[in-house]
Design a protein around this ligand. Structure first.
Ligand code: ADP
Ligand code: MG
Length: 381
């Protein structure tokens, strides 16, 4: 392999540098920089209108960036038409040829390349097997279910083995159960093929269950990039914390900054907490806690069992009153109004023996968590 080839294979498969896109004087994307690694499953996650589709359209070559640069496989693709980018797109709307059968839809790309008929037949059969549509060759696509049509669209997009497959909310037209199944199938397909997938979704659970890495977007900018675990457990700001799941936000004050930790005070609590942020003494802050990380005990139980108190709190608990409990099926939520102000929600499991809700509205309780499970962020208005 010569030096150029080596460089190309090590370069990110897609690289965006300071990309902006302006429509009618409005920024759809603002200064977006991003590396997509070879063979990864990357998901762009964000609410409607935040610029997800715009990123895909720029990478695919359906649009040009207003400024910045895009490289695919180490080569600048500015001005290169979509068909010369070695990238394929799967759309939410399938975009199949309704008057053709499954075979002809999937064979389309290879026929355009004038490949021999026996090779096309072999490749189509193999690809339909990958998307679990063996035996559907002769069916008209208009007669297939939504899920089957989307499988045809995926087969058509992967048959040329593109370097990158772009998927724009491909599952959002499907009902819940089918969507869950297709999420798993797509993930397994990506692992099997080793093709880089860039998926767009507004569904946090979908992003987490499929991806190696997630990009959280807001209003044309990237807020955070990381593994699903890091984005969920270590959100960089309140927007990301809220977008990727339920979160409790407790107002607090930093009384003593430190290296990698800070002494934080809130509602009778005054303890050191882990934080990556450099605070000043007296600065306002937020303590972020996921509901499943909170534990609740009644003050009565704690008083009756000193051992419980010791295991439970380890010096970090906040007192309040249960406002209500909310049945969730596998778990229930306990909503606690804190004496010091504010409301937190803790997710609890049912009693093993009788499946009952342990807490009642009006119960005096303490809320606690394992040291280090909190995230302490600078105060945002
Ligand atoms: P998403 O896919 O995250 O829902 P889009 O990338 O489609 O968001 O759109 C981002 C922003 O750019 C939106 O405000 C949208 O209205 C605007 N936009 C997208 N495409 C066009 C276009 N062709 N003309 C004008 N505005 C557009
Ligand atoms: Mg979109």
């Amino acid at each position: 392999m010569n030096d150029t080839a080596t460089q190309q294979s090590q370069a990110p498969v897609v690289r965006l540098r300071n990309v902006s896109k302006v429509y009618d004087g409005q920024h759809a994307l603002r200064d977006v920089s991003l590396d997509v690694q070879r063979g990864e499953f990357l998901t762009i996650l964000g609410p409607s209108g935040c610029g997800k589709t715009t990123i895909l359209r720029l990478v695919a070559g359906f649009e040009n960036a207003t400024s910045g640069s895009i490289a695919i496989d180490g080569r600048d693709v500015t001005g290169l038409p979509p068909e010369r980018r070695n990238v394929n797109t799967v759309f939410q709307s399938y975009a199949l040829f309704p008057h053709m059968n499954v075979f002809d839809n999937v064979a389309f790309g290879l026929r355009m390349k004038r490949r021999p008929a026996d090779e096309i037949a072999r490749e189509v059969g193999e690809t339909l097997r990958l998307v679990q549509l063996e035996g559907f060759e002769g069916r008209m696509v208009g007669k297939l279910s939504g899920g089957q049509q989307q499988r045809v669209a995926i087969a058509r997009a992967i048959i040329n083995r593109p370097l990158v497959l772009l998927l724009d909310e491909p599952l959002s037209a499907l009902d819940y159960r089918l969507r869950k199944q297709m999420q798993l199938d797509l993930k397994h397909l990506q692992r099997k093929l080793g093709i880089t997938f860039v998926l767009v979704t507004h569904d946090q659970e979908e992003a987490f269950s499929m991806s190696d890495r997630v990009i959280v977007m807001n209003n044309g900018v990237i807020e955070q990039v990381g593994t699903p675990v890091s984005v969920y457990e270590e959100p960089c700001n309140l927007y990301v914390a809220r977008f990727v799941g339920e979160i409790n936000i407790i107002d607090a004050e930093v009384v003593e900054p430190g290296d990698g930790r800070a002494r934080v005070r809130t509602g009778g609590l005054d303890v050191f907490m882990r934080t990556g942020h450099a605070f000043r003494a007296g600065e306002k802050a937020h303590i972020l806690l996921r509901p499943e990380d909170l534990r609740v005990e009644t003050l009565k139980d704690l008083a009756e069992d000193p051992e419980l108190e010791d295991i439970f709190a380890r010096g970090r608990s906040i007192v309040g009153t249960v406002e209500e409990t909310i049945y969730k099926g596998a778990t229930y939520d306990v909503v606690v109004r804190l004496d010091a102000g504010g409301v937190v929600t803790a997710t609890e499991f049912f009693n093993e023996d009788d499946e009952t809700v342990y807490f009642r509205a009006g119960d005096r309780v303490a809320v606690s968590w394992v040291e280090g499970w909190e995230v302490v962020l600078p105060y945002e208005k």
